[in-house]
Design a protein around this ligand. Sequence first.
Ligand code: GLN
Length: 221
Amino acid sequence: MNAVATAKLQNQGQGKLSTEHVCIGVLGLQGDYQKHLEMLHSIDGVNAKIVRTAQEISEWCDGLVIPGGESTTVGKLMARYGVDTAIIERAAKGMAVFGTCTGMILLASEIEGSDQHRLGLMDTTVRRNAYGRQLDSFEADLDVPCLGGKTVRAVFIRAPQITAVGSKVEVLATLESGEAVMIRQGNCLAISFHPELTDDTRVHKYFVEVTREAAVGLMAR
Ligand code: GLN
């Protein structure tokens, strides 16, 4: 049972609702999911597990991480198992979604030059592999004001580029060139780099807060 369902049950008729724990699934169809799981396990107040089915997403997740990998493969697998529909329906009801790299591509409404399968939950256009091949992967220190304190070491691996964002999209971090690399639209967070490959947990903690805010909002309904 997810945090919203648990809190509603515990607090029936008692007014005050709280979310001590949130349940965050890491989509484990393909790619870099294990590292995200380890990172989430290190954060207090989080129940985390790998999820692969529509049912787990519909019934268990308050938040979902879509990790880096290969977006055409993950898109096809999502469609084959009905996971795409479950994510779209749950996100519409307030589940938080965090896409890194491939996850960011799958969240976008437009993918330049491609009709590959996607979720289209964010009003963004992305260009795949925009920074070149595996060998052109790079790292950068980013100022991310919403995380406070020191810069974030960002690892980019065959990363997509965000080429356009709609008016509801908030840009949370950019490269020195001004290109957006971390964005948020309501309950959806997307970044083009890989925070799970460093030992800095601040990006994941931020997503936990997005999930908690969304769960509190749902409980109040
Ligand atoms: N290039 C990959 C894609 O298009 C994304 C790479 C990644 O997730 N690190 O899906």
